[in-house]
Design a protein around this ligand. Structure first.
Ligand code: SF4
Length: 474
């Protein structure tokens, strides 16, 4: 049975708040940038991805030193309602809107966390926007539904990010949004605050599929949202789509793809619906980065899982690969396609295993050596950062430091997710030779002559079977 490459969804992209990036065989993010100013300047033309260290993907000896972040992820844990398949850290209902909303307390708390994390970076690397600590190349507001924040709140957040982390000229500043008219937020206000990129959680263009997924928007809302974003001056726009949905046939999936292309987005993230049980993985609990699955969602997943099919998922992936290639799109990562110059610079930092900072409940960060995460629970997060007495302190969470061998495997697996692949010399290293040899013999890997460096990357067949190769590399 073929396996599809990756997974997940948030409102939008990957995000490190499992949220991050939230989508991958190797789970580094929840999920899925930065200007030196937040003035309402015209959106900058897409700039090239921040220069990665030479051969950023798979270094032979992964660096073990702590390094300053190149990107910042900020998790906004609120949605109007919770989709039953969602694994992100999300609070809905009265927590998200109305007189008992926790949005304002959360904003106070995340601003306090921002100051504390920045203090730590000041001590380790000195002031921001210096040679020892370059300004951020990317800021990503993920969720949840960050577009539920007012433009004033986004402006406040960006102002503090600029002050404490620095944002490079032409940095990528992304906000995830839902397409519905009451959820897409003040797109012109976001643009004026400094947002350069919007990621809409479209998921499907079939009304019945959207309803089955518990989404609140209708297919036409996506077109309206895209038009509103363009009017607001957003020049880089992503749509998320899901496949292997219960009851979805190839014709309907192809129709959703065509509908998405007709809206002329700049980036597409295509994920197979995944219905893992976070509790079964031991990720929920006081220090876990997931919330417990709600009983209704658990029942929904059990029913939906029975109607999933790996072969159908593989066929959907192949169909997307062919159709997007024919339309001139580049599949630069297993689950991500972009028009030239619109690759997600933020998510590239994850795949290149570059350091990133993260704020908010459930958010994951990586400093080049150690991965740490905040616990998912909002009450504990608020209690730490808005204490009844005394100064705010960092919220509960956990950390782990891969040993050099694990770090190297991570670099290779992440590098293979990208279409530029990894240096072919890695295949000659004794510990990987058997897996690489097996993949070459079975047509999962192909050689790519890129300049002077001979590289290996996944073939189309390899993309479909990537999990089998990754398991052999570990
Ligand atoms: S919109 Fe649905 S899938 Fe996206 S973060 Fe909110 S609850 Fe999760």
């Amino acid at each position: 049975m073929a396996k599809v490459p990756a997974v997940g969804d948030g409102t939008g992209a990957s995000a490190p708040a499992e949220a991050a990036p939230a989508e991958s065989t190797v789970d580094i993010a929840p999920a899925e940038a930065a200007p030196a100013e937040t003035s309402p300047a015209p959106a900058p033309a897409p700039a090239p991805a921040p220069a990665a260290p030479a051969d950023a993907a798979p270094a032979a000896e992964p660096p073990a030193e702590r390094r300053p972040p190149v990107a910042l992820y900020l998790h906004v844990p609120f949605c109007v309602s919770v989709c039953p398949y969602c694994d992100f850290v999300v609070y809905a209902g009265s927590a998200a809107r109305g007189p008992r909303s926790l949005v304002e307390p959360f904003l106070d708390a995340v601003l306090a966390e921002l100051e504390l994390r920045a203090d730590g970076l000041d001590m380790a690397f000195g002031a921001p926007a210096t040679s020892a600590r370059p300004a951020l190349a990317s800021l990503y507001l993920g969720g949840g539904t960050p577009s539920l924040l007012g433009a004033g709140a986004v402006e406040r957040l960006l102002e503090r990010v600029v002050a404490r982390f620095g944002l490079a000229p032409h940095a990528e500043v992304t906000i995830e949004a839902n397409p519905g008219p009451d959820e897409r937020g003040d797109l012109a206000g976001f643009r004026a605050a400094g947002v350069t990129r919007v990621s809409f959680g479209a998921q499907s263009f079939a009304d019945a599929e959207l309803r089955r997924l518990g989404r609140r928007h209708a297919p036409d809302d996506v077109a309206d949202a895209v038009a509103a974003a363009r009017r607001a001056g957003i020049t880089s726009l992503n749509l998320d789509l899901l496949y292997d949905l219960p009851g979805q046939d190839q014709e309907r999936w192809g129709a959703s793809l065509d509908a998405a292309l007709a809206l002329a987005p700049d980036h597409l993230s295509l994920y197979a619906l995944t219905l893992d049980d976070p509790e079964a993985e031991g990720l929920a609990g006081p220090l876990g980065d997931h919330l417990a699955t709600r009983p209704g969602a658990r029942r929904w997943r059990e029913r939906a899982r029975a109607d999933q099919d790996e072969d159908r998922a593989a066929a959907a992936y192949e169909l997307a690969t062919e159709r997007l290639a024919a339309a001139g799109w580049r599949g630069y990562e297993l689950s991500n396609w972009a028009r030239a110059g619109h690759e997600s610079r933020h998510n590239l930092a994850y795949w290149e295993r570059r350091p990133y900072e993260a704020l908010g409940p459930g958010a994951h960060a990586f400093d080049g050596r150690t991965r740490r995460w905040n616990a998912a629970r909002l009450d504990a997060y608020l209690a730490a950062l808005r204490p009844r007495s005394g100064p705010p302190h960092l919220p509960p969470g956990g950390a782990e430091t891969p040993d050099p061998a694990q770090a190297e495997v991570e670099s290779i697996v992440l590098g293979l997710r990208l279409d530029r692949g990894v240096p072919a010399a890695l295949g000659e290293r004794p510990r990987f030779a058997a897996a690489i040899g097996w993949a070459m013999a079975n047509g999962l890997l192909e050689r790519l002559a890129a300049g002077e460096s001979d590289r290996l990357r996944l073939s189309v067949r390899g993309r479909l079977l990537s999990n089998e190769l990754f398991a052999r590399l570990v």
